[in-house]
Design a protein around this ligand. Sequence first.
Ligand SMILES: Nc1ncnc2c1ncn2[C@@H]1O[C@H](COP(=O)(O)OP(=O)(O)OP(=O)(O)O)[C@@H](O)[C@H]1O
Ligand SMILES: [Mg+2]
Length: 267
Amino acid sequence: MALVEVQSVWKTYPRRAGLRSEQHAVVEDVSLSIEAGETLGLVGESGSGKTTVARMILGLVEPSRGAVRVDSLDVARASGAQMRRLRRKMQPVFQDPYAALNPRMSIFQIVTEPWLIHGRQAGVNGRPAALRARGAELMREVGLDESALARHPHELSGGQRQRVNIARALALRPALLILDEPVSALDVSVGAQIVNLLRRLQRENELTYLFISHSMPLVRYLSTRIAVMERGKLVETGETEALCSHPRQAYTQRLIAATPELPGAEE
Ligand SMILES: Nc1ncnc2c1ncn2[C@@H]1O[C@H](COP(=O)(O)OP(=O)(O)OP(=O)(O)O)[C@@H](O)[C@H]1O
Ligand SMILES: [Mg+2]
């Protein structure tokens, strides 16, 4: 079984229609799987339902119909203990690198917090010296200087903040990162560095990625396979090169024709 199985998932929200309220589907019968070690790119225009799918995988939004299984566990039905195990296994990185960081916490507190929450179950040594060593190691892994640990989020650039978010996501050595537009809020050149960092981290840690973006060139650069969403539906899925060289849908062709914003040299 794949690491992630999304099985005929729907998400509907009530919408006012005149005097009545009716259900409006923002995700409609979506099925996809993510194999361990691959990057699945999820691409589509704004409002197509990408974030809603991501939030259902993370267990933050409950499907109206269908099921999501991560590591064979039904996310919506997981017990508290099972959910904590899943949280260690999959971690999100969101678009806005500042909103995700508590401004009152130091970078050291931010990147070591997951241990304090999950510490014992994750088999982590919570002694101060061990925390300091792991904090420093995480900074190195994401290409930040160790001195960043003493700083606060507002003292860092957007790219550095996103590196901190990635460091925190990696703190418990997860298997899966859910990357929802992780570079969309950054300048193209800074975003390219983050994309290349993600590639390096994946190689070094055998990570599995769900990489969400509205940018087909970025998705193409990073993904093993691509899934295309249009207005709540999955319209096309395929191996990256096959899908990009022979798109079946006009919608996919339009996404491919969008302006390139390809990253530069590899890290
Ligand atoms: N809690 C909610 N209640 C009602 N409608 C919602 C809710 N969350 C999302 N939607 C609607 O669902 C649709 C899909 O939203 P979603 O955020 O999943 O799209 P997206 O593909 O991630 O878009 P973007 O590229 O802009 O991030 C949108 O029309 C959105 O307005
Ligand atoms: Mg979104």
